[in-house]
Design a protein around this ligand. Structure first.
Ligand SMILES: [Zn+2]
Length: 341
């Protein structure tokens, strides 16, 4: 018989995986027994008679204008005007490298208010939090006091925006990721998240209810971390385990994220979900691209830029732009075509 002291310890990754399997079991059991509140819901009225929408998506931007943030902002203003956008979506990592210190942190002015100054960008910004935001004072970034400084700012952990033909489900993805819990190099502000298993269980249950109720033509989920990516960080296994099955079950059309500092379109090979990474609002050019399924990978740009989305009835049109505002890639889809895509 082998004594426990003589048994080899499993490698760290395996132990982490075991912990995560245990967590999933707890989360699943909690999902059955706990009662839930609804996610905060906002109504964004379409401004066009036909109900069509257009918006920009940018992520990983807040660097006081550096790393070409200002150049990307300038082009967002130009394209935003061309498309007469309704709003802007921020996919998180809003303020580098450690979020905001407090509501009076000058980074809010230097990285947001004084950077995105174009007339066309004076619209509502719907933002999620990224892992770098969690390294600062999370309550500051969520505080309504910021909206007194700049009324465009709207950032919550998880929330819903109903914009008529499209419903947006913003999801706080940082608490899903195991490695931040054992990250000894950085502090994370987990206020409002602990205990984590309950937080994730409630969030998933709320999201499930909201997706189930949605009758919008287009269902779009936004989070900071990629479900699928060939970039430096790659796929997020925790989101593949816990979030993706729900997205498939409730016919979500698109998942939009940042985190990897690139522009990227990955298509599903067995369902209609499109994975769109727009995390190139400032620092980019990492030069670290993983091999990926050729059938799924549609587009990858290892550089700065942003994305635009137009939705009109059953039709969607996506475009990616580089730091000079040049169109790098476009993709069009029609809901009726999903069965053949
Ligand atoms: Zn990130």
């Amino acid at each position: 018989m082998v004594s426990s002291s003589a048994m080899a310890k499993p490698p760290f990754a395996s132990r982490l995986h075991l912990v995560w399997v245990f967590c999933i079991a707890i989360i699943s059991s909690l999902a059955v027994s706990t009662s839930f509140a609804e996610l905060q819901r906002l109504e964004h009225a379409a401004k066009r008679d036909d109900g069509s929408l257009s918006f920009l998506v940018v992520g990983d931007w807040g660097r006081r204008g550096l790393y070409n943030q200002s150049k990307v902002a300038l082009q967002m203003g130009r394209i935003g005007e061309q498309l007469d956008i309704d709003f802007v979506v921020s996919t998180g990592d809003n303020f580098y490298g450690h979020g905001l210190k407090n509501v009076n942190d000058p980074a809010f002015l230097e990285s947001f208010k004084n950077i995105y100054t174009a007339k066309s960008l004076q619209k509502q910004w719907y933002s999620v939090l990224g892992n770098h935001d969690y390294r600062g004072n999370i309550e500051a970034q969520l505080s309504p006091a910021l909206r007194k400084i700049d009324s465009r700012w709207f950032c919550q952990r998880s929330f819903i925006v109903n914009a008529g033909i499209a419903e947006f489900f913003f999801v706080d993805t940082t608490p899903f990721v195991n490695k931040y819990l054992v990250d000894k190099d950085h502090n994370y502000d987990w206020r409002g998240v602990s205990p984590r298993a309950t937080y994730l269980s409630d969030l998933l249950q709320d999201l499930k209810q909201a997706l189930n109720k949605s009758s919008a033509k287009w269902k779009i989920v936004v989070g900071h971390h990629a479900i699928r990516s060939a970039g430096h960080h790659g796929d997020t296994p925790e989101l593949i385990s816990l979030l993706l099955p729900m997205l498939k079950a409730y016919n979500v059309d698109m998942y939009m994220n940042g985190h990897d500092h690139c522009l990227e379109h990955i298509s599903s090979v067995d369902n209609p979900i499109q994975y769109l990474t727009s995390g190139a609002g400032s620092k980019a050019w990492r030069g670290d691209i993983k091999r990926y399924n050729n059938r799924a990978m549609k587009f990858y740009h290892d550089g700065q830029g942003f994305m635009s989305v137009k939705l009109a009835g059953s039709d969607a049109e996506i475009a990616f732009y580089d730091v000079l505002g040049r169109v790098l890639y476009t993709w069009k889809a029609s809901k009726q075509l999903h069965s053949t895509m």
